[in-house]
Design a protein around this ligand. Structure first.
Ligand SMILES: *Cc1c(COP(=O)(O)O)cnc(C)c1O
Length: 323
């Protein structure tokens, strides 16, 4: 496997058009500055890059397969469909790509404690797993609603030695878990690194998540070339917070012939209030330390979101997947 190219994206300003930024209390600004400096340093550090590469290969099981879905292709009768099998990574999702990168950065910054938010539980499980690997303390914040519907992942995190905090504020789901994790971080920054699970939050998180997840499209591009000799016509990804989408798109953004399609969860329908379709129904706002599009009411309160998938019910849009 070729080493991950962390210099793919030239935009390191933390602004994506008018979106992005750092809307965060003073206590955390200092940490974000330290994190930004550390990332800019280590992403060019050969030793860090080798460590990252070895963990991706030996621990996370990369490269993931690119599978030609013959039966689905025949059944749907249109495009030749290939599936990038991120589900075959260790812990069962793409989350581990990002967690390995951020946790490695935390380790190099001298942090000994990881905290994280989680929705369905995949990001929490990935963080608990890497914390166990690195011998770090781990605490995960999870909406009470989600701890009830995703009990098995709570059990997995606890088995891995993490402490899971059920969050009972707000609507007790992912957005409330992010609030709780940010609050916890503000009270204890010295030894603690907040591992953010998606392309959300203040700079430098969306930038780091994009870079670490770009391994998906770095691989798919070369795998497709080997298998078909061509670029894809279209890349399709689901959008919750946007991390698998930006990772799947990153290496194709400069290819004008490749259409990039993000699919949001419509829930019960984009014209109902039981939806997670932020592009369709959202408006500009500031929340979780970033400017983005949100599902919100006239006074800027975040609306409850709905999707049958516990991982897609996030009320914002990944800022760097915006045009
Ligand atoms: C977390 C997760 C998502 C949604 O998060 P993104 O950041 O939008 O990728 C979607 N699918 C799976 C399997 C997940 O674990």
């Amino acid at each position: 496997m070729t080493e991950l190219n962390l210099e793919l994206n030239k935009n390191t300003t933390g602004r994506y058009g008018e979106y992005g930024g750092q809307y965060i209390p003073e206590t955390l600004m200092n940490q974000l500055d330290l994190m930004t400096q550390a990332y800019e340093h280590y992403k060019n550090d050969p030793e860090f890059k080798t460590e990252l590469h070895d963990l991706l290969v030996d621990y996370a099981n990369r490269p993931s397969l690119l599978y030609y879905a013959k039966r689905m292709t025949e059944d749907l009768g249109g495009a030749q469909i290939y599936l990038k099998r991120e589900d075959l990574n260790h812990t069962g999702a793409h989350k581990i790509n990002n967690v390995i990168g951020q946790a490695l950065l935390a380790k190099h910054m001298g942090k000994t404690r990881l905290i994280a938010e989680t929705g369905a539980g995949q990001h929490g499980v990935a963080t608990a797993t890497i914390a166990a690997l690195f011998g770090m303390e781990c605490e995960v914040f999870m909406g009470k609603e989600d701890t009830d519907r995703q009990k098995l992942n709570v059990y997995r995190m606890e088995l891995l030695g993490a402490k899971v905090h059920p969050v009972t504020s707000g609507s007790m789901v992912l957005k409330d878990a992010i609030n709780a994790a940010l609050q916890e971080w503000a009270t204890r920054v010295d030894d603690t690194f907040y591992v953010m699970g998606s392309a959300t939050g203040p700079h430098p998180y969306p930038l780091m998540v994009r870079d670490f997840q770009s391994i998906i499209s770095q691989e798919s591009k070369s795998q497709l070339k080997d298998q078909t000799g061509k670029l894809p016509d279209m890349v399709v990804a689901c959008v919750g917070g946007g991390s698998n989408a930006i990772g799947s798109f990153a290496n194709y953004i400069d290819e004008p012939s490749v259409q990039l399609v993000g699919a949001e969860a419509a829930g019960k329908g984009v014209d109902t209030n039981l939806t997670a379709a932020t592009v369709e129904r959202g408006s500009d706002g500031i929340f979780h330390g970033m400017k983005s599009m949100f599902l919100q009411n006239e006074t800027g309160q975040i609306n409850p979101v709905y999707s049958i998938s516990a991982g897609l019910d996030y009320p914002a849009l990944a800022q760097n997947t915006l045009p």
